[in-house]
Ligand binder design. Structure first.
Ligand SMILES: Nc1nc2c(ncn2[C@@H]2O[C@H](COP(=O)(O)OP(=O)(O)OP(=O)(O)O)[C@@H](O)[C@H]2O)c(=O)[nH]1
Ligand SMILES: [Mg+2]
Length: 288
């Protein structure tokens, strides 16, 4: 991926400072992560800001992640004493469980307020996370109605907005934020693969071919079955990854007139397959 990619545009810098300013208004932080990339979807800059707040990690898009790995991640958080829950924000049962969990977290806060004579003031929760992780979808689900705008691309929410979940819980939607240095090559790759980075600033062919290699390494049968291509022999061989990518593109009929491979079309097709779970339920990283 080119180092000139601008994944930290001005509006994210502004959103980060808005988060910092408004943290003092809220009692709880809901940190929304992507269950497919629990490590890379935790923004270290955000973490610094929220680490001392009462908070819960929501591993969202759990319907797209490997359920066994999700259990491993939840045990990992439990061992660290971090409240966490995995959800599919579009699943009513999961949202009911999240509501119950929120009630449990809110109760001591409401009790404490009541003991000081402050009755009727709802608990306020700020929902933060990387772009496209499902923050606004979770808010709408917790409110049982469409209060905030959602969309299948990063950068949909541009300004903070309050939403009332119940008489005792108000939620603040926030723009998704990345950080200036996205960390390792792996972090950048999986963030792009998941859809957290705008397509316009990403080398989609690189992301798709390297993503295909990484998924082939972790889940060899998924790639072989869907694209009828051979498995990984040498993970460090860039040519091998690219040849596999071209072969898969040919097999899927991404061919231009004259017989040339339509690499862009296959990149879009592959990323759409991954993001909608058609390749399989995949988790791209494990706890370190
Ligand atoms: N499969 C699946 N899709 C989800 C889930 N939650 C959200 N989505 C989808 O993910 C996309 C992004 O959702 P948003 O709620 O707009 O994400 P966001 O975190 O608010 O994004 P920004 O405002 O851009 O930072 C939408 O297409 C949602 O329908 C989930 O649990 N599972
Ligand atoms: Mg949003």
């Amino acid at each position: 991926m080119s180092t000139e990619i601008n994944w930290f545009p001005g509006h994210m810098r502004k959103a980060m400072s808005e988060i910092t300013d408004r943290l003092k208004w809220v009692d709880i932080v809901i940190e929304t992560c992507d269950a497919r990339i629990p490590f890379s979807s935790r923004n270290p800059e955000l973490h610094k800001q929220i680490k001392d707040k009462n908070r819960i990690i929501v591993l969202n898009k759990a319907d797209l992640a490997d359920p066994q790995m999700t259990s491993v991640w939840l045990s990992h958080y439990e061992s660290q004493g971090i409240a966490a829950m995995a959800v599919d924000a579009n699943n009513k049962g999961d949202i009911q469980r999240l509501k119950k969990k929120m009630e449990t977290i809110c109760k001591p806060i409401l009790d404490k307020a009541a003991s000081r004579g402050r009755i009727g003031r709802p608990v306020r929760a700020m929902v933060v996370g990387i772009p496209n992780s499902g923050k606004s979808t979770i808010i709408n689900a917790l409110c049982n109605r469409k209060v905030v705008v959602t969309g299948n691309r990063p950068g949909v929410t541009r300004a903070f907005q309050w939403a009332k979940s119940s008489d005792s819980l108000e939620l603040m939607d926030m723009p998704g934020v990345l950080w200036p240095n996205l960390g390792s090559k792996h972090n950048k790759l999986v963030l792009a693969l998941s859809g957290a980075i705008k397509t316009e600033v990403t080398d989609m062919i690189y992301v798709a071919s390297e993503g295909m290699k990484w998924i082939s390494t972790l889940y060899p049968d998924y790639i072989k079955t869907r694209y009828q291509v051979p498995g990984v022999v040498d993970p460090d061989d860039i040519n091998e990854a690219y040849d596999r990518y071209l072969l898969a593109a040919r097999i899927k009929g991404c061919i231009l007139s004259g017989g040339r491979i339509d690499e862009d079309r296959f990149a879009a097709l592959f990323l759409d397959d991954f993001r909608s779970g058609r390749i399989g339920r995949i988790t791209l990283e494990e706890p370190k």
